[in-house]
Design a protein around this ligand. Structure first.
Ligand SMILES: Nc1ncnc2c1ncn2[C@@H]1O[C@H](COP(=O)(O)OP(=O)(O)OP(=O)(O)O)[C@@H](O)[C@H]1O
Ligand SMILES: [Mg+2]
Length: 318
């Protein structure tokens, strides 16, 4: 078993299906008339305010919403319900679940990837160290909590990572860069466009593929476009690898962007940029990327120009 699989799920019980002639669920717990408390025991563990089907009411209302124009498949109805369909992947810092949002009785349904950042003791955040430079939290109690890595501080960090990933995706998606549409963020949970098929099978990570030369060149070209798009915003991914790229119906999509790095603003930015390009470049070279299709070092040069890094002056001109 994966060592992180023991992360506890919040207790949740499905409400039994209700018939039309049943009494509507009461809001909150009420002591029944006559003082018979056994009726309360029977409902123990059942969400008193939960929907008649599904696992929870749609959390759309209380959440921060993704950018407009919103894709037509995004469900915004108040009556929508969310149903958990399983775990896509557990990770060190977050778990990704498959979530269905549907409007009962209408046939309207959509699949989303729910990325839930781990809070407090449930995770090991290797990313908390270098990446947070330059990100400020105003209240000093929160700054101290984060610095001391108290449980409270780690919860704030989890929320910050979700917020940071949501902000980065929103900005990039609006500019047409290949990232999943960010539907909403609510606390430590981020809901994303699910990249995969209607039966809930997620798109493969690039690392799982063994592309033929034509496809490899096409994927390299798509990667170049995506990284130039990030560089236009002065950014690099910060953790780019063949595991953080999905290939959905031939389309290369960047995922996992909470630690996106400002190349100029972050003192280590230029190193993150070089590491990103060299690491993913090695994967392409190992798979046989032909020299004519391009090479990582010249891509790195193009990206440095695009972000506006000062260029090294050639010896001949010094
Ligand atoms: N929008 C999505 N659609 C389909 N699958 C997704 C989506 N987002 C993430 N996944 C799947 O979940 C995995 C983990 O997502 P992500 O990389 O964002 O989280 P992570 O916590 O960084 O995980 P890891 O520690 O494995 O890198 C991805 O490799 C991918 O297989
Ligand atoms: Mg990842």
């Amino acid at each position: 078993m994966h060592e992180y699989d023991s992360y506890p799920e919040p207790p949740r019980k499905r409400r039994k299906g209700r018939f039309d002639d049943e009494e509507a669920p009461r809001r909150g717990r009420q002591a029944p008339a006559g003082g018979d408390l056994s009726a309360l025991d029977e409902r123990d563990g059942v969400e008193p305010d939960g929907p008649p089907e599904g696992d929870r009411w749609s959390t759309w209302d209380g959440a921060q919403h993704g950018p407009e124009p919103r894709p037509g498949w995004v469900i915004t109805e108040h009556a929508a319900v969310d149903t958990e369909l399983g775990v896509v992947k557990t990770g060190k810092e977050a778990d990704v679940h498959l979530l269905e949002r549907a409007v009962p009785g209408t046939g309207r349904r959509t699949l989303m990837a729910a990325k839930r950042y781990r809070t407090a003791e449930h995770r090991m955040f290797h990313r908390d160290a270098g990446y947070l430079e330059g990100r400020r939290v105003r209240r000093s109690r929160e700054m101290r909590a984060m610095a001391n890595r108290t449980a409270f501080g780690r919860d704030i960090l989890a929320g910050q990572w979700a917020g940071a990933e949501f902000a980065a995706l929103s900005r990039l998606w609006v500019d047409g860069i290949a990232v999943p549409y960010p539907v909403q963020v609510h606390g430590t949970e981020l809901l994303l466009e699910f990249l995969g098929s209607l039966d809930g099978t997620a798109a493969p990570r690039l690392a799982q593929l063994r592309p033929e030369e034509d496809e490899l060149c096409d994927l390299w070209h798509q990667l170049t476009e995506a990284l130039l798009g990030l560089a236009r915003h002065g950014l690099t991914h910060g953790d780019l690898s063949a595991y953080n790229l999905l290939v959905h119906d031939g389309r290369l999509v960047l995922i996992d962007l909470p630690q996106v790095v400002d190349v100029i603003g972050n003192p280590q930015g230029p190193e993150f940029l070089a590491r990103d390009v060299r690491r993913i470049g090695e994967w392409f070279l190992a798979k046989g990327l032909p020299a004519a299709a391009g090479d990582p070092e010249s891509l790195l040069e193009d990206l440095r120009v695009e972000v506006g890094m000062p260029q090294a002056i050639p010896m001949s001109q010094q």
